[in-house]
Structures are given as C-alpha cells and as structure tokens.
Design a protein around this ligand. Structure first.
Ligand code: 6GU
Length: 224
C-alpha cells in the first residue's frame, strides 16, 4: 500500500512513522508513506497556499491551485483508490472504515488547515471526508496520523501473531477484556484464578463474558 499525505506542516507528520509498528511496516516494505509539502506546489512568488475568503469573515482558506497541482501530479503517476480530506465535518472514523481502507492500494490524504479548503477542492478532487471525533484540532495532520496508524496496522504482515488485530477492541464491536501479566500476586492484588488455570475453554469463556460486561458498562451503543 502507498499513502501520500499532502500538508502545510510535514514536520508534524514525520515522527509517527519513525518509531515502533509503523516504522517496521515501512522498513518491511509493506507500506510506503510519502509526505508532500503543499508550499512546494504554490503558484505565486510568495509561496502562499492560503488566502482571504470571498464574502469576508475571519480565517484563511486553502487555495485550489496548489492542491490541484499536487494531486494532479500524483494522479499522473499512478491510480488512486481514494482522495481523503481530513476535516472535523467529515464522517467519523471507526474500525470499519479503517478495515476497508487497509485493503486499498494507493490513497491520498489531504490535511485541512486554517479555516479549511476552497469548496471546489472538495467538489472536484475529494472522494471521502473523514473526522476523528467531535472536537476541533488545529489542523488535519494529527488526524491524518491517527487514520494512517489505524489503517497500516491492519495490513497483512504488519502485526505479529502476538499483537494480532483480531483481538483488538472494536474489531468485533466489543471492548477488550482485562489483561494481566506477572506477577500473579502483587501486594495481595490477585490475577483472576481462571487465567492461571490452563483451561483454555474456560479462559475463552471468561474473556468473552468480561468483554460483554465491559462493553455493556462503557459502550452499550456498540451492542445495539
Ligand atoms: Cl480530521 N481535523 C481537524 N482540524 N479537527 C478534527 C478532525 C480533523 N477530526 C476531529 N477533529
């Protein structure tokens, strides 16, 4: 898979891909992540990528020309399955969307900034608009990192058996059950007996019961 991220702040997006699981996925050749500085596609001498809004009002708007230049250049090099715009008024990201996107070949992610992009970008280039929740970030960069992380970890071969995505919270619309490691007794705080029993049928049943109980308590909406 290849992810091209268009941003005015590429430096904000470097470190997430330089550590741990995402770095390993890139090093293994399972995903390529390319950052594009929108300023490099500016069409005026001041390297501007934003301008005042028509009709007046506070806040700058990202201009259509540099975004067109960048997206068109990328599209001339390969086919893209989706051109995603990160924006707080997009559809809210969930595990299902990440699952779908992890099966794509090439995607572009455009990070919104300032007040957002000229509507004509959304009308003519964007195929999907994604938010990561009902709160406002200073820009789409951190949201793009969140989306990329959630997608990349699902690409076959990225996670080992031990860290398999199959047992993650949300993967089956359930939250994960409690987990423990050694020591089995810490200051008298005991690990549940069943987990030490070696009876794997019983352990599976306990985990499922706990997952359902936890989901009922915290996220009853997931069970509807
Ligand atoms: Cl995608 N962008 C911004 N700026 N804020 C957000 C968001 C995106 N998702 C939630 N809040």
């Amino acid at each position: 898979m290849r992810i091209d991220i268009i941003t005015v702040l590429p430096e904000l997006l470097r470190s997430p891909f330089e550590a741990s699981i995402l770095k390993r996925a890139i090093d293994k050749g399972l995903v390529e992540v390319h950052l594009h500085n929108l300023r490099d596609y500016s069409t005026n001498k001041h390297k501007n990528v934003d301008d005042y809004q028509f009709g007046g009002g506070a806040g700058m708007v990202m201009m259509v020309e540099p975004i067109d230049a960048c997206i068109s250049k990328l599209k001339s090099e390969r086919n893209y399955d989706e051109v995603i715009y990160m924006t707080p008024d997009g559809e809210t990201l969930n595990q299902g969307i990440s699952n779908q996107m992890s099966m794509l070949e090439n995607i572009i992610i455009l990070c919104g900034h300032y007040k957002g992009v000229d509507q004509r970008v959304r009308d003519h280039f964007i195929t999907r608009e994604i938010s990561i929740g009902d709160y406002v970030l200073s820009g789409g960069e951190l949201a793009a990192a969140v989306l990329s992380d959630s997608i990349i970890r699902l690409i076959p071969g990225v996670l080992s058996n031990e860290t398999s995505a199959l047992t993650d919270s949300f993967q089956d619309n359930l939250l994960s059950p409690p987990i423990y490691t050694r020591p089995s007794d810490y200051k008298g705080w005991q690990v549940p007996e069943v987990l030490l029993s070696g009876n794997f049928a019983k352990i599976d049943k306990w985990r499922e019961d706990k997952a359902i109980e936890h989901t009922k308590n915290r996220r009853p909406d997931l069970l509807e």
